[in-house]
Design a protein around this ligand. Structure first.
Ligand SMILES: Cc1cc2nc3c(=O)[nH]c(=O)nc-3n(C[C@H](O)[C@H](O)[C@H](O)COP(=O)(O)OP(=O)(O)OC[C@H]3O[C@@H](n4cnc5c(N)ncnc54)[C@H](O)[C@@H]3O)c2cc1C
Length: 534
């Protein structure tokens, strides 16, 4: 196919599709090009093993920005969120457990089993996090101001940020500054004393991150994961009915309704330029597609270091892109099981049993456990006893598998990009280690497995085009967020080439299924529409 479009978008992940939907809605002739056979990027449902529908990468939805859902009328296009309540279950080696959900009284009773003081503090903690999140949330769907160089046009944004920061009560201002600098463990220590509660919350501080929860800056990762409120309650994540790919199908439906073309099996080999200006793209098969603008939702290293010929970008910009940290940490196991796991003391044999299995099951009982898991990783090996987050979407979503069978997702840490001896040596062994951890808490779980898919960071790179196997298109650290994302001086979705924009998780506000990067990039393009002659 050859053709000519106002805008070509590289990648049909949720951000690329969101950018496409906004631009098509505004009347632009848009084409989305996806290298895989299926749309969705990391937010995908794949039919593995016959009719089983598996969210092969991302598995829970909590951060998706409500503005995007509303603007694109996603509920009318097939998007449905299934709220998980209780949302979190932490079984402990002595048979006790912590179950948390959206009900304050229930949470207080659960936490009081370990500490009465923490039961009270938890309510205050959630309120404080909510206030800080309310300050940050509008910033997610706005374009960061220019930094360190700035112009008068940035002044209103700086003033808006400053005035809403000053409106935060003093304790929340203090909390905010801690969240941007401290370790998750340090922040949690200030609020709580009981380890089961702290370690349950701390796992959010290390997801996708090659650090232990005691490392400075992991509080930011923790906060990044409690911001969303797509389920109606902050911090309570949901399943997308039909799997994560149904979110992208809904966005694609919205984009198509406004005339967008979406092509799969269409890998962009090169972004074409003339005189520092984008002219279109060339696909792997040599097809050229003309376009005044190109938005890339591929990660920044792939976009700038692989899809552009050498010499078209300023050297200093290239050096900054090369320095972006994109560290691997995670591993994913997707399973079909013929029965539900049986956790000791978890309402077995009662009607309550299912309640324990609705949310994320944290198989990670102590800080010591996490630190040891991390220590192996530092030595270049996958953890001997990995941290496992188990989810069982079929408990709430009966559309994914035949009656009685279950889809089970294990999101695991810590997994190096290239372990000593390579993944050929380690993959089967690591899966054994992961299942051994699950079996410890839910005896005989492994014997219920019918199908299993294991994805290492290398597989993330091959399958989902995630450079370095990093699930966020770039580490979530303060030096790589907001005005520093993707690199300092270039946080406004524009690039040194006229007509080229970044619209994926490598841009503000970063990784996770948020949709804000796609939204913001589209807004920048639409603002510059006249200048771009669109
Ligand atoms: C295993 C795993 C589990 C995760 N779990 C969660 C979770 O539960 N919840 C959550 O919120 N986040 C989760 N994340 C993170 C989140 O999914 C990602 O940060 C987010 O989806 C990125 O979205 P995106 O649209 O910016 O990019 P992507 O989803 O990465 O999409 C980019 C698209 O571009 C395509 N592409 C790349 N290069 C080219 C090219 N040259 N030509 C054409 N197409 C190209 C890719 O194939 C891909 O489809 C997870 C990620 C992984 C990998």
């Amino acid at each position: 196919m050859t053709g000519s479009f106002d805008a070509v978008i590289i990648g049909a992940g949720h951000n690329g599709l969101i950018a496409a939907a906004y631009l098509a809605k505004a009347g632009l002739k848009v084409c989305v090009l996806e290298r895989r056979h299926v749309i969705g990027g990391c937010s995908v449902t794949e039919t593995l093993w016959g009719s089983y529908k598996v969210s092969t990468a991302a598995y829970v939805c909590g951060l998706l920005h409500p503005k995007v859902v509303k603007d694109l009328q996603l509920h009318q296009h097939g998007f449905e969120i299934l709220r998980r309540d209780p949302s979190s279950f932490t079984p402990l080696p002595d048979g006790s457990y912590l179950l948390l959900g959206s009900d304050e009284k229930f949470n207080a009773e659960q936490i009081a089993k370990f500490s009465k003081r923490d039961a009270e503090a938890f309510l205050r903690y959630e309120e404080a996090m909510d206030k800080v999140a309310s300050f940050i949330e509008p910033l997610l769907v706005s374009v960061p101001p220019k930094f360190p160089n700035w112009s008068l046009s940035d002044l209103p944004t700086y003033l808006k940020i400053l005035s809403s920061f000053l409106r935060l009560p003093e304790p929340e201002r203090e909390l905010l500054s801690q969240l941007f600098t401290a370790s998750a463990w340090n922040v949690l220590n200030e609020w709580f004393e009981s380890e089961p509660l702290k370690v349950t919350l701390a796992t959010d501080g290390v997801i996708g991150t090659a650090l232990p929860p005691t490392a400075p800056t992991t509080a930011l990762v923790l906060f990044h994961h409690v911001m969303g409120s797509v389920t109606g309650k902050r911090g309570v994540w949901g399943y997308v009915r039909g799997g994560m790919g149904m979110l992208c199908e809904a966005i694609a439906n919205a984009a198509r309704k406004h005339g967008a073309t979406i092509l799969t099996n269409a890998e962009v080999k090169q972004i074409l330029t003339r005189n520092d200006t984008v002219t279109g793209v060339m696909l792997n098969d040599g097809t050229e597609i003309k376009s005044r603008i190109v938005l890339s939702s591929a990660d920044p290293k792939r976009t700038f270091l692989q899809l552009l010929p050498q010499g078209v970008l300023p050297d200093e910009f290239v050096r900054k892109i090369q320095r972006i940290e994109m560290t691997a940490a995670s591993f994913k196991v997707n399973i079909v099981a013929e029965s539900l796991p049986k956790f000791r003391n978890a309402g077995q044999g009662t009607r309550n049993e299912e309640l324990f299995l609705r949310g994320t099951i944290h198989l990670c009982p102590s800080l010591d456990f996490l630190e040891k898991a991390y220590a192996d990783f530092v030595c270049g090996e996958p953890s001997e006893k990995p941290m496992v987050e188990m989810t069982i979407p079929t408990v709430l979503d009966k559309t994914l598998a035949p009656e009685g069978k279950h889809i089970i997702s294990l999101f695991v840490q810590y997994a190096p990009y290239e372990p000593v001896g390579g993944w050929e040596r380690w993959k089967d062994e690591f899966v054994k280690r992961i299942l051994a951890v699950v079996d410890e808490f839910a005896p005989n779980f492994s014997s219920s497995i019918v199908h299993l898919q294991a994805l290492s960071p290398k597989d993330f790179e091959t399958e989902f085009a995630l450079t370095g196997g990093n699930i966020f298109h770039g580490d979530i650290t303060p030096d790589q967020m907001f005005v520093f994302r993707p690199v300092i001086g270039w946080a406004q979705y524009r690039t040194p080439l006229r007509g080229l924009y970044l619209c994926g998780a490598g841009a503000h506000p970063g990784g996770g299924v948020i949709g804000a990067a796609g939204h913001n990039a589209a807004m920048v393009v639409l603002k510059e529409r006249k200048r771009l002659r669109l």
